[in-house]
Design a protein around this ligand. Structure first.
Ligand SMILES: Cc1cc2nc3c(=O)[nH]c(=O)nc-3n(C[C@H](O)[C@H](O)[C@H](O)COP(=O)(O)OP(=O)(O)OC[C@H]3O[C@@H](n4cnc5c(N)ncnc54)[C@H](O)[C@@H]3O)c2cc1C
Length: 378
């Protein structure tokens, strides 16, 4: 980039790439920097797919943000001329008074979103690949579905470049600092000045934002793809996605094209790890664990293993994101702690971070995501 950038974005996972695109589209000179290669599998944004849903059981506060995100996903598809979002519906499976079922219904009622509470018999009739014991129910959310993961990150990066952004890969940021109204970012290849800085470093946020001492925990997440014996029940053009909060634990599952396979992953009881470590591969015990859950509740979805991969969550204590301006440096904007459920929000996170970068504030309702909720003085 010949000219001094207006803004530097550290981290080009899905959040940094979405932000680089949103800022470049608003006419800013953007420099994006990532420590690793495009499409790497060391962070949180790689792999085939991610679940998207609106009747948000984590907290109703997210609903306005996810509704805006849905609109932006469709805009992204139009601008890139790519299909990235499938709305085949979602089955939120659990105990009738469990937090996922009850939370989905609460958000659905509060925001008048479509959903249906189904008994095991109704589920069996309408979703022949699903078998529920009598003590569980399912909430069908018709607007839920899945988005493509790696393809979306690529799309944001291509559109950011198409709007003039410069993206550097394999260039770790060693330090950043503020000076007067501007910022300086130093890498092994040089120093860059700009007016603003966005930090979206994912599982490495504790080190890039060491000055803040945020309570972030990185977790290793195993997931695998299986070539379903009954692909007809789990066809990715028709099948719902699944959230299963069951006695075996909390799992999510996403249908995939026949050759890619049906994806399942665990969402709870995950080991804390260091983001710098190369994670151990998915174990046979983890594959057996997945098969047990699939054979019990989604018979016919399992089969030969097509792929197994690990990925990283960055958890906050309350499992809510951190989207905010840096409490000590107003020219710096931060995004981290997506706690295993941020991907579906990536388009609107890009919009929020652009607002905070350009205007210092946003109209989006992010009050509950402020970093100050963790500050020592609180
Ligand atoms: C297995 C799994 C399943 C998930 N399922 C879902 C789902 O179904 N639905 C959903 O909504 N969400 C889901 N999520 C969560 C979602 O994927 C994440 O919230 C999201 O990908 C976070 O993106 P990020 O850009 O913050 O992090 P990352 O993608 O990790 O990006 C951070 C980037 O910062 C770079 N970086 C770090 N330090 C430096 C440095 N010093 N210098 C330069 N660059 C640096 C890294 O190289 C990395 O590329 C899932 C996550 C996982 C792991």
């Amino acid at each position: 980039m010949a000219e001094t950038p207006d803004v530097i974005v550290i981290g080009l996972g899905v959040m940094g790439s979405s932000t680089a695109y949103a800022l470049a589209k608003r006419g800013l000179r953007v420099l994006g920097i990532d420590a690793l290669a495009p499409g790497h599998d060391r962070g949180s944004s790689h792999g085939e797919s991610r679940i998207i849903r609106q009747a948000y059981h984590e907290a109703p506060d997210y609903v306005p943000l996810i509704q805006r995100s849905y609109a932006l996903w469709r805009e992204l598809e139009a601008e890139s001329n790519r299909k990235l979002l499938w709305q085949n519906g979602g089955l939120i499976i659990g105990a009738p008074d469990g937090r996922t079922v009850a939370g989905t219904i609460k958000s659905g009622q509060l925001y008048n979103l479509p959903y249906e509470l189904l008994s095991p018999a109704e589920v069996g009739k309408r979703h022949p690949g699903v078998r529920l014991p009598e003590d569980l129910v399912a909430v069908l959310e018709p607007q839920a579905g899945f988005v493509l993961a790696a393809e979306t990150v690529r799309t944001f990066q291509e559109l950011a470049r198409a709007n003039g952004a410069a993206l550097h890969f394999d260039e770790p940021v060693l330090s950043w600092s503020t000076n007067g109204d501007g910022v300086t970012v130093t890498t092994g290849k040089g120093s860059y000045q700009a007016n603003r800085l966005v930090i979206a470093a994912g599982p490495w946020s504790s080190s890039v934002l060491a000055d803040l001492g945020l309570p972030l925990e990185v977790q290793r997440v195993p997931n695998a793809h299986f070539l379903s014996e009954r692909y007809d029940h789990f066809d990715s053009e028709k099948s719902t996605v699944f959230s299963l909060l069951v006695p075996e634990g909390h799992y999510y599952a996403i249908p995939g094209p026949e050759k890619i396979g049906f994806k399942i992953g665990r969402h709870d009881s995950l080991p804390s790890v260091s983001a710098d470590d190369v994670q151990p591969a998915v174990t046979d015990d983890e594959i057996t664990m997945f098969r047990r859950v699939m054979d019990h509740y989604l018979p016919g979805s399992s089969g030969p293993v097509a792929a197994a991969l690990t990925c990283l969550y960055t958890m906050t204590p309350d499992k809510h994101f951190i989207l905010d301006r840096h409490p000590e440096h107003e020219q710096v904007v931060i995004a981290c702690g997506f706690s295993g459920h941020g991907f579906k929000f990536a388009p609107v996170v890009g919009e929020v971070l652009s607002d905070l970068t350009i205007d210092g504030q946003t109209d989006h309702p992010i009050g509950f995501l402020r970093a100050s909720r963790f500050s020592k003085t609180q």
